[in-house]
Design a protein around this ligand. Structure first.
Ligand code: SF4
Ligand code: SF4
Length: 200
């Protein structure tokens, strides 16, 4: 998802500044072959229900007729995605569809760059995004994952300290405040549970 337009609004500036676009070397692989955690049938249903994310996605991405057809375009990428996704307990290869963007040009540029949807602008969307092997964001994503793990470890330490504090607190108001902080910490850990936060 190449290029960075400095004329965008401040929200976009902030968002994109967190994802240094200069790291992208415009190979176009993340536009040519992509997949989603949600199966194609579900995306179509969501699109019909008016879901903006599904509508945006299916407006630009066209499904490949089979996984093998996607492999013919980028075998390494497809096999890498399957390997990573198969780590999830609920992975089902029969529900997996790969897509290619109908706009990407042969020189890997985006002809609708100014109007491209948020899903393109915000890629890679999380530190755990599966990017093509050799993507310019690989090292940066690794760094972001490590930063997140540190944040969660710190949250766990804070949680233990709060447990101790609770045993020494008699004041009901203070107890309520402690519990409120506790819940926020639990929420932080919960958000990253699907990435393995319980084991960090
Ligand atoms: S795969 Fe990575 S380096 Fe290649 S175009 Fe996409 S974001 Fe840029
Ligand atoms: S719209 Fe542009 S940035 Fe988005 S996937 Fe297509 S070519 Fe890539």
């Amino acid at each position: 998802m190449p290029h960075y337009n400095k004329s965008m609004g401040s929200y976009e500036d902030n968002y994109l500044n967190k994802r240094p676009q200069s790291l992208c070397h415009m190979c176009g692989r993340c536009c040519r072959v992509v997949t989603t955690p949600k199966p194609y049938e579900e995306l179509k249903r969501l699109q019909a229900e008016g879901d903006e994310g599904a509508k945006d996605f299916l407006k630009i991405f066209v499904p490949y007729p089979s996984i093998e057809a996607a492999r013919e375009v980028d075998r390494e990428l497809v096999d890498n995605v399957i390997e990573k996704m198969s780590e999830a307990d609920d992975f089902d290869i029969n529900k997996l569809t790969f897509y290619g963007c109908k706009y990407l040009l042969d020189d890997n540029t985006c002809p609708i760059y100014e109007e491209r949807p948020a899903l393109c602008r915000h890629c890679p969307s999380t530190p755990w995004a599966i990017v093509p092997p050799g993507c310019g964001f690989e090292a940066w994503l690794f760094l972001k994952r490590e930063e997140t793990k540190q944040k969660v470890r710190k949250a766990k330490e804070d949680y233990l300290e709060l447990q101790l504090l609770k045993t020494k607190t008699r004041d009901l108001e203070n107890l309520k405040k402690i519990e409120s902080v506790e819940n926020k910490i639990k929420h932080t850990i919960e958000i990253y549970k699907k990435y393995g936060s319980e084991n960090w």
